[in-house]
Design a protein around this ligand. Structure first.
Ligand code: HEC
Length: 232
């Protein structure tokens, strides 16, 4: 009897505890959202690895019209995103939607989930605490990771690419010729509004000190034509 009483009162405590947190705190959620920001923008129409989360609240899952990378699993979903479905999703995405392409292990902490959910709701309502207000170096990095490539500085503007043996020589508008091992140079495309001007690829990456770097083109059709097979 005594044991039972202890059990019941503990249960009662945990219920009132979760009730206190049920609403979540959007400002704290904005901080937790840093874990999501690598893959999700909160700007409408800006899609990264995952879709923009600008308007997901009360929207049917898998239906952001101009996001082209949904898994079949999420496209088949028939529910809308609300406090209940987001809580299940953020606990363990793969368990909730087997076959999802969101490779995120989940937020095990219930309070953190409620805070992130409050933040997602606030975004859709246009009341989210903004990243600038929150400050934080992490966010600054996120933003520069997807900066406007049309505004690249001279040392990022690629004027020519030559390939010889196992080496690319990437010439930039500041007059430098950067030699990069072919295995360390990636070619990417960015057709978003932040992508480079057609015909004006941009090199981004690790300071180009012979380390990994990426040349970003406006579209795939430009790539092979831009690279000249030539030895100095
Ligand atoms: C590693 C990248 C990555 C991270 C980190 C990530 N997501 Fe995702 N997210 C995705 C991808 C990819 C999808 C699309 C999944 C699919 O189609 O199966 C997605 C889908 C979603 C959706 C459904 C959107 C829709 O239109 O139906 C929500 C909501 C979401 N993520 C929230 C979050 C939150 C909140 C976090 C942080 C706690 C997070 N994600 C972290 C990549 C990520």
């Amino acid at each position: 009897m005594k044991h039972l009483f202890v059990l019941v009162s503990t249960f009662g405590l945990s219920i009132s505890h979760s009730a206190v947190w049920a609403a979540g705190d959007a400002a704290r959620g904005a901080a937790f959202f840093q874990q999501c920001a690598a893959c999700h923008s909160t700007t409408a129409g800006e899609h990264l690895t995952g879709p923009s989360l600008a308007n997901v609240w009360e929207r049917k899952a898998g239906t952001v019209a101009d996001f082209h990378r949904y898994s079949d699993a999420l496209k088949r979903a028939t529910f809308v995103w609300n406090a209940k479905t987001l809580d299940k999703w953020l606990t363990d995405p793969e368990a909730f939607i087997p076959g999802t392409s969101m490779t995120f292990p989940g937020l095990r902490d219930s309070n953190a989930r409620q805070d992130v959910i409050a933040y997602i709701k606030a975004i859709s309502e246009g009341k989210a605490p903004t990243l600038a207000q929150r400050g934080g170096g992490m966010m600054m990095n996120m933003q520069s990771a997807h900066a406007d490539l049309k505004a690249a500085p001279a040392d990022g503007q690629v004027t020519a690419i030559k390939h010889c043996a196992d080496t690319y020589t990437v010439s930039t508008a500041d007059g430098k010729n950067n030699k990069v091992w072919e295995f360390n140079l990636r070619f990417k495309t960015d057709s978003s509004r932040l992508g480079p001007t057609p015909g004006k690829p941009v090199i981004v990456g690790a300071g180009m000190q012979g380390d990994r770097a990426s040349v970003v083109f406006a579209g795939p059709g430009e790539i092979s034509g831009f690279v000249e097979q030539a030895c100095p």
